[in-house]
Design a protein around this ligand. Structure first.
Ligand code: FES
Ligand SMILES: [Fe+2]
Length: 468
């Protein structure tokens, strides 16, 4: 229970025997930074949305026209294209873009289409001195200006200026390369709102994408985002997490003036209130110790040792050693808990130590109800400055995260459960019946927020969203 007069740290209507995140961190030995001591509860009116938002191509087309073509979206990592001439593709819903490094400190995003008769110019990661169209050989400089027009005499009616490749806007942030198809878009930092400040001390600022897993989830991109921004599904979908994933103690923050950012703060090592009986703290400490260290032995501590500060210290030591870094100064909550931010529309980024992860959920071209799930695992850059190449792991439909070798099997199983659940969810959405889905007030507030922001873009485009 909250003391009278105390600042709000939970919804007034909450009924749970478990402490909330703020109550847990209040007793931490290494105290949380102020950004994690903040609580923001915002009423998002959207309680129900039509399931056609997930199933109908027509709705997806509205999103592409009014939203995907206007928002900042993460296109790649800088280390994917380290040298001048290195290219990678961003197959965004509003068009395929070639991300190319044009100078040591410049990256451009060209539409991936020949200006002669429209051929795709680039088919994947490559390194080039110029872009030569494979159809008739029109050739462009890296900066997008035309270099060569075959049979120039036959194109007397075309000016060179007409043949400069159109580009999307590009901005960079903490090693990520963002694009925006809208030439009038506000700067990225303005778009990101508080997220930029909240990541000032991010311990992955000097990290690189060590592993990049890719898998298609057979569900609409919003369903995928929603599945990863709430912990409400943990006790059913990931029953193995009921003792430690803290689902009923999560803090979910959305801010009234932040259309693009939301977060949850997940106190790990905390049991769900759906667990009965709840194991003792000694037992939970031992379970967490085994899980985090991968050791099949008890933690060398006496009964009565407090879980949070102890496991936080184990995590700091473990990760410092694994990465050759010094994480000894991290707060207990940064070392132990999950702090997950999302940047509208489709980027998810963790701010804590144990999840050096970024997720991106992008509609698969030609499939409005399939999503490419990009999963990046960061490591600290080596002292030498030589960044190892990213290891790509492409998982086919039947390939399991648990077998990917990218992380411990128990963790992979969680992603396999999510993948399976999302395929089944989309099938359910497609099955018909009642015309809408329902969101909870608090635990699914980030899902509401996602739809609110989709609506705001559609409305700016003149679409009446009241029936959509
Ligand atoms: S379509 Fe590209 S050169 Fe003709
Ligand atoms: Fe999940």
């Amino acid at each position: 229970m909250l003391k009278e007069g105390a600042a709000r740290i939970a919804p007034e209507y909450r009924e749970s025997a478990m402490p909330m995140y703020q109550e847990l961190i209040a007793d931490d030995v290494k105290p949380a930074q102020s950004i994690f001591q903040e609580y923001s509860e915002t009423d998002i009116g959207i309680a129900r949305v039509p399931r056609s938002r997930y199933t109908d191509k027509a709705f997806f087309d509205l999103e592409v026209e009014h939203m995907w073509s206007k928002v900042w979206q993460m296109a790649c990592r800088e280390e994917q294209i380290p040298e001048v001439g290195d290219c990678t593709l961003y197959e965004g819903p509003a068009g395929s873009l070639i991300l190319v490094r044009t100078a040591e400190d410049e990256i451009r995003a060209h539409y991936n289409a020949c200006l002669h008769r429209g051929m795709r110019l680039c088919s994947g990661d490559t390194s080039v001195a110029s872009f030569k169209c494979p159809y008739h050989g029109f050739t462009w400089n890296l900066d997008g200006t035309i270099q060569k027009i075959p049979s120039r005499w036959d194109f007397r009616h075309v000016q060179k200026a007409e043949l400069t490749l159109p580009q999307a806007k590009v901005e960079r942030w903490n090693g990520f390369v963002f694009v925006n198809y809208d030439q009038d878009a506000a700067p990225l930092k303005q778009y990101m709102g508080r997220m930029d400040g909240d990541f000032q001390d991010w311990m992955r600022k000097d990290g690189y994408a060590a592993i990049h897993l890719r898998k298609v989830f057979k569900a609409n991109w919003k369903a995928c985002m929603e599945a990863f921004v709430e912990g409400f599904h943990v006790p059913e979908t990931h029953a193995q997490g009921i003792a430690w994933a803290g689902d009923s103690s999560f803090q979910y923050d959305v801010w009234p003036d932040e259309p693009h950012v939301s977060r949850f703060l997940e106190p790990l090592g905390t049991p769900s209130d759906r667990m009965d009986p709840i194991p003792s703290e000694d037992q939970r400490l031992q379970d967490m110790y085994r899980m985090i260290t991968g050791k099949d032995e008890d933690a060398p501590v006496p009964p009565g040792t407090r879980l949070r500060p102890y496991i936080a210290e184990v995590a700091r030591n473990l990760m410092s050693e694994a990465e050759g870094a010094d994480y000894s100064g991290l707060s207990d909550t940064e070392a132990l808990d999950g702090m997950q931010y999302s940047l509208f529309p489709n980027l998810v980024l963790f701010r804590n130590l144990l999840h050096p992860y970024a997720y991106r959920f992008t509609p698969v071209p030609g499939h409005h109800d399939w999503t490419m799930y990009d999963f990046i695992i960061f490591k600290k850059k080596p002292e030498s400055g030589e960044i190892p190449e990213t290891q790509y792991i492409d998982l086919e439909e039947d390939d399991l995260y648990a077998d990917s070798g990218a992380f411990p099997e128990w963790l992979g199983e969680i992603y396999d459960q999510d993948c399976h659940a999302l395929g089944a969810l989309q099938k359910g959405l497609n099955a018909g019946g009642r015309e809408y889905v329902i969101f909870s007030q608090y635990q699914e507030v980030r899902c509401r927020h996602l739809h609110q922001t989709v609506n705001s873009y559609l409305e700016k485009g003149g679409v009446d969203t009241s029936a959509l």
